[in-house]
Ligand binder design. Structure first.
Ligand code: ZN
Ligand code: FE
Length: 258
């Protein structure tokens, strides 16, 4: 275990994206996770006096890599991104895949390959710090749209994340929680944990408070995309006893049409 915790700053950008800065106070090393916009990133770093050493990209979409090249020009930093997508990550220096380890000072992150939203999507898991940066794979009560992957791929990616400890803080890249929760209630209407969570979320969002980070434990009890094995969900959508990946696919399809 490292003795100091990573400092994590969360900055809302664009309509509903979050930019994350991760900082090791001992070495001074700082990572920028999925920078969409240059000015907002520069201001957030400057306000904290942090010098960036790395960009961590989860996938190639513009709202996650938009500021890569501008930031690389401005600072001495290296860009880490998915090996499977090296041609689509602007300025990539370090291409990583499943099981690779990245260090920010003494803090290690393991790379998880989690395709589904895009074919090359990865997540960064800082196990000792109990923090997961998962881009657009897992959201609070939701999961990413399947732009380039199959339901089976996304289900195995989410299954991989479900193996992480319940206390793991999940830093997902969008504040989609309210809309996700409204959908979740349509397929899992009698889930008391979900109903209670939505009450909290409505209160928080009314005050403009972020609902991110969430946690693996909370998602396992309230996120319908992590619960296709729930008999109640299966009953609600008329698929009792169907193969779990098929149930997942149906829930994803219903969300697309919600
Ligand atoms: Zn995306
Ligand atoms: Fe996104």
């Amino acid at each position: 275990m490292t003795e100091t915790r990573l400092e994590i700053a969360q900055i809302p950008v664009l309509q509903d994206n979050y930019l994350f800065l991760i900082h090791d106070p001992v070495s001074g090393e700082t990572g920028i996770v999925d920078p969409a916009l240059e000015d907002e990133t520069v201001n957030a770093l400057g306000a904290r006096g942090w010098q960036p050493t790395y960009i961590f990209n989860t996938h190639h979409h513009w709202d996650h890599v938009g500021a890569n090249l501008a930031l690389k020009e401005r600072y001495e930093l290296q860009i880490i991104g998915p090996a499977a997508d090296r041609d689509r990550i602007p300025g990539i220096d370090i291409a990583v895949g499943e099981g690779d380890r990245i260090h920010l000072g003494d803090h290690a992150a393991e790379v998880l390959f989690v395709p589904g939203h895009t074919s090359g999507h990865i997540a960064y898991h800082f196990a000792d710090d109990q923090a997961l940066f998962c881009g657009d794979t897992l959201f609070a009560m939701g999961c990413g749209r399947l732009f380039e992957g199959t339901p089976d791929e996304m289900w195995s990616s989410l299954s991989k994340l479900m193996l992480l400890p319940d206390e793991t803080a999940v830093y997902c890249a969008h504040e989609y929680t309210m809309a996700n929760g409204r959908f979740a209630l349509t397929v899992d209407p009698e889930n008391n944990d979900l109903i209670a969570r939505m009450n909290d979320v409505e209160r928080l969002r009314a005050d403009g408070v972020p609902t991110v980070p969430t946690s693996i434990g909370l998602e396992k009890t309230t996120n319908p995309f992590m619960r296709p094995m729930s008999e109640h969900i299966q009953e609600t959508i008329g698929m009792v006893g169907a193969p779990i990946p098929k149930v997942f696919a149906e829930v994803r399809k219903r969300k697309d049409n919600f």
